[in-house]
Design a protein around this ligand. Structure first.
Ligand SMILES: NC(=O)c1ccc[n+]([C@@H]2O[C@H](COP(=O)([O-])OP(=O)(O)OC[C@H]3O[C@@H](n4cnc5c(N)ncnc54)[C@H](OP(=O)(O)O)[C@@H]3O)[C@@H](O)[C@H]2O)c1
Length: 274
């Protein structure tokens, strides 16, 4: 199957779907990542705070797929924000993953109360200039956080990874990202599996002969975002990957967008993750 790709504002390509690894142990991540890559995933998402970068690295090495075909993403955790701290933390991430370079490195949360995200962003730029990271981005940044780092450095992130799922379609943040040339990635795309029995989703799944998870991931794709569903199960990994063979109709898109719900995770203005 051919997976569409987005072109980032730095010229690199990003596959339209990725594999999440949150809450996997090292051993689970090693197995799930190797299996996912064999299924066809080329974008892998981890973070220092998940504590599984070594396992993800093992999965990458064991997958049998060439390193240059993979987009390996990790994230800088809150306690490591700051210029020198970021450079040091990146070295740990690189060592744990066992890679020469990281494709996409994100600031995990803005943590506005500690107000270090601008100097942290300058260190991300340095990592890119030094060729250690291909693309730099952020996660959970609002318009205000984005405009501050862009205003102070002249460099826009390539990606903003934000919470986005039915019940929380993030119309405003998708517009904010698009206006700044930033690709939006969707975390918790399946609402941790809790959104799969919503009538709007189940009825669209019945019409198209696909699963509820496929409907949700397709909805995220048609919104122009890159979902990164997590599954440790080979069958569900395959299911989540297979979303490029059908099209949701406009009324289905609108009905899913209008589902009641809201945020399931932290508010970027107040959430503290160290
Ligand atoms: N940047 C951030 O702040 C941030 C925050 C949260 C998450 N993330 C990233 O986003 C990724 C995805 O978010 P998430 O893991 O929180 O939630 P999610 O992907 O919405 O849901 C994962 C859950 O759904 C289940 N599942 C997956 N596919 C399924 C299917 N086809 N049918 C039924 N159940 C299915 C999984 O179980 P099985 O494994 O058993 O299939 C797992 O329990 C994370 O893994 C992480 O990489 C980033």
């Amino acid at each position: 199957m051919t997976v569409p790709r987005f072109t980032l504002n730095d010229g690199y390509a990003l596959p339209a779907i990725g594999l999440g690894t949150w809450a996997m142990s090292d051993d689970e991540a090693a197995t799930a990542v190797a299996e996912g890559i064999r299924t066809g995933y080329r974008l892998i998402d981890t973070a220092a705070s998940y504590g599984n970068e070594a396992g993800v690295g093992r999965g990458i090495a064991e997958s049998g797929v060439l390193r240059e075909e993979l987009i390996v993403t990790s994230k800088l955790r809150g306690r490591d924000q700051g210029y020198e701290e970021t450079l040091r933390a990146f070295e740990t991430t690189r060592r744990d993953l066992g890679v020469e370079y990281v494709n996409l490195y994100l600031i995990h949360w803005p943590l506005p109360r500690q107000d270090k995200y601008v100097e942290t962003w300058k260190a991300m730029i340095k990592l890119r200039e030094d060729g250690l990271v291909r693309s730099i981005g952020v996660s959970n940044f609002t318009a205000e956080h984005l405009d501050r780092i862009i205003g102070e450095t002249g460099v826009a992130p390539s990606v903003n990874q934000i919470e986005l799922h039915p019940g929380f379609p993030q119309d405003e943040m998708r517009r904010v990202d698009a206006e700044r040339g930033i690709v939006t990635q969707s975390w918790r795309p399946l609402g941790k599996g809790r959104l799969l029995d919503a009538p709007a989703v189940v009825e669209a799944a019945g019409f198209h002969g696909v699963s509820p998870a496929q409907v949700i991931l397709r909805w995220l794709h048609q919104l122009g975002t890159v979902p990164i569903p997590k599954s440790a199960d080979p069958q569900r990994q395959k299911e989540n990957f297979d979303i490029f063979r059908f099209n949701l109709r406009q009324p289905e898109m609108e009905r899913i967008s209008a589902m009641a719900g809201g945020r399931l995770g932290g508010d970027p203005d107040t959430h503290e993750e160290f």
